[in-house]
Design a protein around this ligand. Sequence first.
Ligand code: GTB
Length: 212
Amino acid sequence: MTITITAFERSPDGGKGLARDTRVRWALEEVGQSYEVRLVSFAAMKEPAHLALHPFGQIPTYEDGNLTLFETGSIVFHLAERHAGLLPVDADARARAITWMFAAVNTVEPAILELANAKLLEGNKSWSKERLPLVQDRVRDRLRPLSARLGDADWLDGAFSAGDLMMVSVLLRLKPSGILDEYPNLAAYVARGEARPAYQRAFAAQLALYTG
Ligand code: GTB
C-alpha cells in the first residue's frame, strides 16, 4: 500500500518546517516508510472531499489503504506501533515514551501555540503588548520543568523515541522567539533532533516543495 499524507499547497512559513506535516514526514523517515504527498489549498481543506479525511479541515492527514487518520500525535503513534524504531520494546519504557508524546501535544504545545497566536493573530490589538509577557511566561512555565527533567541527558527517557520526536517538533516552533535559548539544554535537545538524518530528509522534502 502507498502511504499518502497531505500538506499545504502553499505553506505560510515558506518551508521552515513548522507546519505539522513535518513531524509526520520525520516519523515516516525514522521508520523507513516511503510516502507520497498530496498538496491541498486552504480552500480545498474546507471542502467535503478533505473534510471526509479531516473533520476539522486541516493538514496533515494520513492514508494507507482503507485507513485514514488525522491528528499528528495519532499518526506518529500509529507509525511507531507498527514499525520498529520509535518505541522501546520494554512495556514500561514504551508506556513512558507514549506519555512524553502526550506531554508534548497536551501540556507543552498549547502554551507555544498561544504564543504563536498572540504574535500572528493578535499582534495588532491594542492590548497585545501588555498581554505578550504573560503568554511568554506561560511558555517558560512549561520549559522550566522540561529543562529540569531533561538535565544533561540526550533524550527524555533513554533512547530517542516518538516522545522525543513529538517534543522536539513542538519546541521547534519556539526557535524564532528566542525563548528556547533561555534553556540551553533544551536548545541543544532540539538541535540533536534536527541533526538526525531522518529529520534532515523530512525537512528537505518539505522545503523542496515551497522553494523548488
Ligand atoms: N492538532 C492537529 C495536529 O496535530 O494534527 C493540528 C493540525 C493543524 O493545526 N494544522 C494546521 C492547519 O491545517 C497546519 S499546521 N491549519 C489550517 C486551518 O486550520 O485552516 C499549523 C501551522 C501552520 C503554519 C505554520 N507556519 O507557517 O509557521 C506553522 C504551523
